[in-house]
Ligand binder design. Structure first.
Ligand code: NAG
Ligand code: NAG
Length: 424
């Protein structure tokens, strides 16, 4: 009968396992396929040289990560099945590598064939015959350098990466994400309404329409890549005002698609439109709700012809109108036509705009939008000059229209107060 202390036996076992582990490592290396079967992928790469690594005989630790695998700088790597680092022959042996370099380009640990492509934000990069990448040089809508410059510059607002904008060019952002045509003289000649403040009347420092009219101010709809802010902002302001003026009896979200597809006189649907035309249409023809006639055009405006108008209305006396068709979708049959009273233009005095907003609800504003607008995340936006020194194609602007729902003030670090509009 043979006995031995338990502790001792355990120690032996442990030692045995360690040895086994090391053997498995050897086998793994021996079984691994050659790294350069189809040629050296990263032929220009500096591996052994960077670490100043050249080992004699077999040293399994004499290794480096290489394109998701392991390469070695020991002599053992120079056998039939080679797992040498690409610069081993040149740097450690002073001879040319026995494998040809692979034709193609490296990106992100992958080899791409000649004419292979990948996207770097909004620019396409193509692998050239000499193994070099060549990338388009378009300005992108999301520009990480600009984000950093804005956030370091103390402009009073923070910039960030909106994932919906990533990969788009600045040009397509200006073309597809805005979409209000600058007003013609006819709009500028629209009657101005003057609201007169009573003597001594003081307006509040802050106001938000959704606090005064709960459940009557609607959330914004997403216009996607449709340059139809003319239709979206008009429908949004009209929706809120219908709710407010009917004292909550009617709270429709009016259909921007109805405007985009049916208000086609001098309008260009998802390629831009005019506010005066939109208001005219809402007054004379009317639109149905967004439930009845939902938005269909998230795709880019260029993709195809405008969708045909699916909803007409006809007069039924006393200025009222009625839809001539059912809703263009199967789950809703409430096809009432909503019409609005004539639109009017406000004077540009901020107090008049505030008073109008407080008394009658959200107002529509036209704004000139610049390249940095697309990066806005929080704070009070104002156009920054971070792109000033860059070529012209980086400094772009377009006309946008938005719904203003309130205002407020914020104390700046230097003690000044900054007033702002709240918009959606
Ligand atoms: C390494 O490999 C090359 C090519 O197979 C061979 O010519 C050379 O003699 C080898 N060198 C050593 C030191 O084994
Ligand atoms: C921006 O967001 C996109 C999508 O979420 C992401 O793929 C990209 O890496 C981000 N870019 C930067 C610079 O953060």
């Amino acid at each position: 009968m043979w006995r031995c202390p338990m502790g001792l036996l355990l120690l032996f076992l442990l030692a045995g396992q360690v040895a086994l582990g090391a053997r498995q490592g050897r086998w793994r290396r021996e079984l691994a396929p050659g790294l350069h079967l189809r040629g050296i992928r990263d032929a220009e790469g500096s591996y052994c040289q960077k670490q100043d690594l050249c080992c004699h005989g077999r040293v399994d630790d004499c290794s480096l990560p290489y394109l998701g695998a392991t390469c070695y700088c020991d002599l053992f790597c120079n056998r039939t099945v080679s797992d040498c680092c690409p610069d081993f022959w040149d740097f450690c042996l002073g001879v040319a590598p026995p494998f040809p370099p692979v034709q193609g380009c490296m990106h992100g640990g992958r080899i791409y064939p000649v004419f292979g492509t990948y996207w770097d934000n909004c620019n396409r990069c193509t692998c050239q015959e000499k193994g070099q990448w060549e990338c388009d040089q378009e300005p992108c809508l999301v520009d990480p350098d600009m984000i950093a410059a804005i956030n370091q510059g103390n402009y009073g607002w923070q910039a960030g990466n909106h994932s919906a904008f990533w990969g788009m060019t600045l040009d397509s952002g200006i073309r597809y994400r805005l979409g209000t045509i600058r007003p013609s003289s006819s709009v500028m000649n629209m009657n101005e309404i003057y609201t007169v403040l009573a003597p001594g009347e003081v307006l509040p420092k802050a106001f938000e329409a959704s606090k005064k009219w709960p459940n009557m101010i609607h959330d914004p709809l997403d216009q996607g890549n449709c340059a139809g802010s003319w239709a979206f902002s008009t429908a949004a302001v009209a929706s809120d005002r219908v709710s407010i003026h009917s004292m909550g009896h009617m709270t429709p979200v009016l259909s921007p698609q109805n405007l985009l597809s049916c208000d086609t006189h001098h309008q260009q649907g998802c390629q831009g439109g005019r506010l005066d035309g939109a208001w005219w249409f809402l007054r004379r023809r009317g639109v149905v709700s967004d439930h009845c006639y939902p938005f269909s055009g998230h795709e880019q405006a260029e993709a195809g012809p405008a969708t045909p108008c699916m909803m007409h209305s006809r007069a039924m006396g006393r200025g009222k109108r009625q839809a001539t068709r059912r809703c263009p979708n199967s789950h809703d049959d409430a096809n009432e036509i909503y019409q609005v009273t004539p639109a009017y233009r406000l004077g540009s005095d901020e107090k008049e705009i505030m008073k109008e907003l407080m008394e009658n609800g959200p107002v529509q504003a036209l704004m000139e939008v610049y390249e940095d607008f697309f990066l806005y995340k929080s704070g009070i936006y104002s156009h920054t000059l971070v792109s000033m020194g860059r070529p012209e194609q980086y400094r772009r602007h377009g006309t946008h229209s938005v719904k203003i729902t309130g205002w407020g003030e914020e104390m700046l670090p230097d003690g000044r107060t900054l007033k702002y509009w709240q918009r959606v």
